[in-house]
Design a protein around this ligand. Structure first.
Ligand SMILES: Cc1ncc(COP(=O)(O)O)c(C=O)c1O
Length: 378
């Protein structure tokens, strides 16, 4: 008996996550960063890949820091035994700040009031490590005033329950190579970075996300905070493989049923697709309840038997249909790949993002908790 060309389906909706791909992507990014540290951003459950799986793989690939958005995400990583430095990048309420410090995470500060509060919640035995944030043009977190950044840093340096651990900013247009605002933000940031390095030896200066790490050495400073690229997704929305990045996640379902349709028959809610000729459709038990978005109705391709098959009709919560053509060799039980490769074909998160008029980040973050994340078979 010959082996089937495509392995059997893993279940109704399953995401395979390959930690070795994350490890290799991190090794590539660490190589670009040279002496600078790699901080792997694993917020939002590792961009949908699983935070602890991603963080552990990232550390194996050379990351020495992890970053998250919330205190609860830091606490979850600690509960799972992660021992590396963790930076909580988001805004924190008093209760969340307490939780972040309990998790021994570094936190971001840009107002003296917040720094004082961190000092009150911490102890001299375990000072709160602060990263002062300068808003150089993102317009979100951070102070726009370098003098306020200086005050927060001086306070952190002087208080025995605080540690002046870092200076950071975030870049708004690193993924847009046409934009000169990237250089403008670095121009606003660099003088304060140089001043803080003089005043606070050991202060870690960081600014770059994935796109900035790949785009310009001038943005590296002491550390790159890389999210999207560690998952093998392209920060520029282009071809990740061209940059040597390997997608770590693939999304699969299976053919629950195959049915013959006559010309004029319709599929799904609202009858948005009418069979132009006699054909067969395969029904896959995956839908927007799993994060396969409704905007993909009549627009995306799914891989079955190593070939592209168009999604027909409206994506519903738990099911989609794909046109597999008349006299099909597709059978119930066949694997269907919605993100990832089969044979020589690939449907990328970037491809789905273009259809949805969004970014690859939202495609993998949007895969719902109903979908088990399991290690990719070797
Ligand atoms: C402050 C900060 N730094 C770094 C990152 C990582 O960005 P990317 O996923 O583009 O590498 C993020 C993610 O949004 C962020 O908010």
């Amino acid at each position: 008996m010959t082996a089937p060309a495509v392995a059997a389906a893993p279940g109704r909706a399953t995401a395979y996550v390959d930690p070795v791909a994350i490890e290799r992507n991190c090794a590539l990014l660490k190589g670009r960063l040279e002496a600078a540290d790699l901080c792997a951003v694993v917020k939002a459950d590792g961009y949908g890949h699983g935070a602890t799986t991603a963080g552990t793989a990232a550390v194996a690939g050379g990351a020495t820091w992890l970053a998250v958005a919330t205190a609860a995400e830091a606490a979850d990583l600690r509960r799972d035994g992660v021992g590396e430095r963790i930076l909580v990048m988001g805004a924190l309420t008093r209760a969340e700040l307490g939780l972040a410090l309990e998790a021994d995470a570094d936190v971001v500060a840009w107002r003296t009031g917040f720094a004082r509060l961190a000092g009150e919640l911490a102890s001299a035995a375990r000072p709160a490590r602060l990263h002062v944030k300068l808003d150089t043009g993102m317009g979100r977190l951070g102070t726009r005033d370098p003098d306020e950044a200086r005050q927060v840093a001086a306070l952190a340096h002087a208080a025995e329950t605080l540690e002046m651990a870092g200076l950071m900013t975030h870049l708004a247009t690193a993924d847009d190579r046409e934009s000169r605002f990237f250089d403008e933000q670095l121009r606003r940031f660099t003088p304060l970075a140089e001043e803080f390095r003089r005043l606070y030896p050991g202060c870690l200066v960081h600014a770059a996300n994935s796109a900035a790490v790949l785009r310009s050495r001038a943005a590296h400073f002491d550390m790159g905070r890389c999210g999207i690229a560690i998952y093998g997704l392209d920060p520029f929305g282009e071809d990740a493989a061209a940059r040597g990045l390997e997608p770590a996640l693939s999304l699969h379902s299976y053919v629950a049923d195959v049915k013959e349709l006559d010309r004029g028959d319709t599929v799904g809610y609202g009858r948005t697709w009418v069979a132009p000729a006699a054909t067969c459709v395969a029904v896959l038990p995956i839908g927007y309840g799993d994060g396969y978005r409704r905007g993909l109705s009549n627009a995306a391709d799914v891989l079955i038997g190593g070939r592209r098959r168009p999604v027909v009709g409206t994506v519903s919560m738990d099911n989609i249909a794909v046109d597999v053509g008349p006299r099909t060799d597709v059978r119930a039980g066949d694997r269907a790949t919605l993100i990832g490769a089969q044979g020589g074909e690939r449907v990328s998160a970037e491809e789905l993002a273009r259809i949805l008029n969004t970014i690859n980040y939202e495609v993998t973050c949007g895969i719902s908790p109903r979908v088990p994340r399991v290690p990719a078979p070797g």
